[in-house]
Design a binder for this molecule. Structure first.
Ligand code: ZN
Length: 251
């Protein structure tokens, strides 16, 4: 029996001479893999609908193992993402992160919406770095690694000057500084943004402009937190870092 779903293409691998196995993140069932017969041939009707980042409607014959992709209809090709190497690098990281932290057939409409909205914003040309930080912050709750951002992680006070403690898993107020000599200092702007990114409803994201120094602080805190707690080593993240270094070198 074929079933309809709404999905984003996370990745594909070649299978045999002409086939592809496509991994889709669906709104209905979470992550599923399906065989796309003939999709390697450019003339195949399944070729376009199985390109990475594509968002569309798909008809899949589900089975206990790998399903069969019968047909697809593109809603958004996310073309601008694929046309720019920097945008591709950021989007690839977001997609790999999603792939790595999700299990097959586990429905998560919230995460589906978050991924779709983030890719759309990237496709529309919004600030890639900011979108990545927002996504990374929001993924922490999906991964079950929520940081303490609404109060001091040690004393619970909500007022004060805050730094970030990796060890305590969140903000540290000035009264509790001595609890962590390795705390990361934060400007008030960075404190505000870390909170905003974590709690913000992404569909309500307006125009956002962040200074380079503040972006560096965000990068520092988020990377350190991921390194300590996520256990992830993503090749797209390494590639992204190299791309960023290249960009700074060229400027
Ligand atoms: Zn405190």
């Amino acid at each position: 029996m074929f079933e309809k779903c709404e999905a984003i293409v996370l990745r594909t691998i070649d299978y045999g001479e002409t086939n592809k196995i496509v991994t889709l993140f669906t709104r209905e069932w979470g992550k599923v893999a399906a065989m796309a017969r003939g999709a390697k041939k450019p003339s195949s009707r399944l070729s376009a609908v199985t390109q990475p980042f594509t968002y569309g409607h798909y008809l899949i014959q589900k089975s206990r193992g790998i399903g069969v992709l019968h047909q697809g209809e593109v809603v958004d090709t996310m073309r601008a993402i694929r046309e720019n190497i920097f945008t591709t690098a950021y989007a690839s990281y977001i997609v790999e992160l999603t792939d790595k932290v999700t299990e097959e057939q586990r429905r998560n409409p919230y995460l589906f919406e978050l991924l779709l909205q983030t890719l759309k914003y990237m496709n529309d040309g919004l600030d890639l770095e900011i979108l990545m930080y927002i996504y990374e912050m929001k993924m922490l709750s999906v991964m079950g690694l929520p940081p303490t951002l609404d109060r001091c992680a040690v004393c619970g006070r909500t007022e004060g000057k805050f730094s970030f403690s990796i060890k305590e898993g969140g903000f540290l107020c000035h009264r509790c500084e001595q609890k962590d000599p390795h705390r990361l200092p934060l400007s008030p702007a960075a404190v505000k943004l870390l909170r905003l990114f974590y709690y913000l409803d992404l569909s309500r994201l307006g125009k956002i402009s962040v200074k380079d120094e503040t972006k560096k602080e965000l990068h520092h805190v988020i990377s350190a937190y991921y390194e300590e707690y996520s256990g992830l080593m993503l090749k797209t993240k390494r590639f992204l870092t190299q791309m960023e270094q290249l960009k700074h070198h060229l400027q």
